[in-house]
Every structure is written in C-alpha cells, then in structure tokens.
Design a protein around this ligand. Sequence first.
Ligand SMILES: C[S@@+](CC[C@H](N)C(=O)[O-])C[C@H]1O[C@@H](n2cnc3c(N)ncnc32)[C@H](O)[C@@H]1O
Length: 263
Amino acid sequence: MAKKYNHKNKASNRGDIVKHIFLYLLRGCIYKYADVHSGYYSYSLSNEFNRFKKMASGLDLDGYFKAQSNGYLSSHALMKHFNPCSLVMYLFDICSEVTDSLRQEYAAWDEIHIFNYAATKLEIAKYRPEFVLLDPPGFKSKSNPKYPCVTDDILPLLESVFELQHSSAMMWIPLTKSLSEKRMIPSEACQNNVSLLGDALCDEMVAFSVDFKDWNQAIGTFIGCNIYLSSNMYKYANKEGIDLFGKMSEICMAVGWDFKRLF
Ligand SMILES: C[S@@+](CC[C@H](N)C(=O)[O-])C[C@H]1O[C@@H](n2cnc3c(N)ncnc32)[C@H](O)[C@@H]1O
C-alpha cells in the first residue's frame, strides 16, 4: 500500500528552507495567496535548520529567523506571519487530517479558505489568487499513486495562473537520486519530470536549481531542488529592488550549496 505523505518528517530540511527564503524575499509583494499543496500550519525545528541558521547568520535574514523561532512555520503560516491583517488565502490539501488541523489553526480568520481536495484549473479561475504556491511532495508513480502528475495536475494549474494575467506562481520540486545509484544525479524519473516542466514552462517562468553537495551527510536520496517562478513576478521583484538571484547566490555560497539559474 502507498505510504501517506508526511511532511512532518521533512519540514525544515534544506529544500524547505530554499522555498521559504524565496517567499521571505517576496513577502511584501503577495496579498492574495493560494497554496495548492498546503500541509500543516507548523512543524518542529530540525538540526538542519539550526545548522543553516548558524551558517547564514549575518546575511540579513533576521526577520525570517525571528518568524521561525518558536517552531517551524509552513509556507502559508509564514505568509500570514508577514501579512497578519491583509492576507487572503486559499489552502488546498487532499489529506483531511491536514485540513482539519488548518481549520482549527485559522479559525479566527474569515479570509482564509480551506479545501480538502486537489485544486483545479477552475478553482484558480474562480478565486483569482495573485500568487499560487505549488509544492508537490513529489510526482505520481507506482509507489505514490496519489501524488500529482505533471501533465494532468501541475501544468493545468499553472496554465490557469498564466491565463489570469495579474497572477503569478512559484513551484518547488524536490530532486531525488535513484535508490540504486550512489552518484549525485537525479533519478531518470526525476529527470523526465524536470525536462517535461522545462519544455512547458521556459517561456512563462524563470527556473533555478539548488544542489546540496553534501547530500549524503544528512538527507539520503534528496540531493537538491528546483524553484520555478513566474517571469512576471521575477521582473516585478527586480523592479522593486529585490535581487532574488544575488541574495540566493550569497546564501547558498555561505552554506556550501550550488545555486544556478536554469532558464
Ligand atoms: C510538501 S507538503 C506541503 C508543504 C507546505 N506547502 C509548506 O510549504 O510548508 C505537501 C502536501 O501536499 C499534500 N498533497 C499530496 N498530494 C496532493 C494533491 N494531489 N493535491 C493536493 N495536496 C496534495 C500532502 O497531503 C502534503 O500535506
């Protein structure tokens, strides 16, 4: 039987931190936010997070570390933390344990809408979020049949964001190596999904990759992650003086990760 995805085991790992730093840098630009693979409200702080915090001290991330001081906030909780009064959110997750707990956490907030099913194109068209985070746990496979499929689930959601014009998206995907190989290259299945995404998104999004050179120290088969950000949001950030590429390069260099722009 397929194992249920449990983000509690993975939250506050280095891939999660990469995604958060992007969101942290973009925090002033987002007011109507959808998270289509939302996960729980918060998690425990990991040793990896503490190690990152030590190595990245002095890099002007104080606001981020302060937000994460009493536990590790998820992406949507982080967004709420930075925009406590003005944020409208749409949170989707297929796991009812997750959505039940979110309903309790956000009970006091009328502007936070929680759905216990997978978001569709129609949903995005109806709620018109300004910013959509796609944070799939991985992609559909024999061992994970409920995970989203790039062609049937992920690309249609992104298309509906692009159709909205005023909206932008960020997607984070994990890069994992094959269990049978010791080399640090993504598995064939992972590479296939990455190239499918690259072919479909290179006109609308800017893509980055982070490779964890010391992946075998702590995290098994998880060797890096890719971040895809709408070109419109990337241009907007640059115009606002938010140097995403420069800042991420500086942070990754400080902690020994490789950061590069893919397209
Ligand atoms: C990586 S976690 C989300 C972490 C969260 N976005 C954050 O940044 O803290 C992935 C979540 O996606 C949910 N999930 C898995 N397959 C899904 C699907 N097809 N549609 C929506 N949610 C899904 C899982 O239940 C899990 O809670």
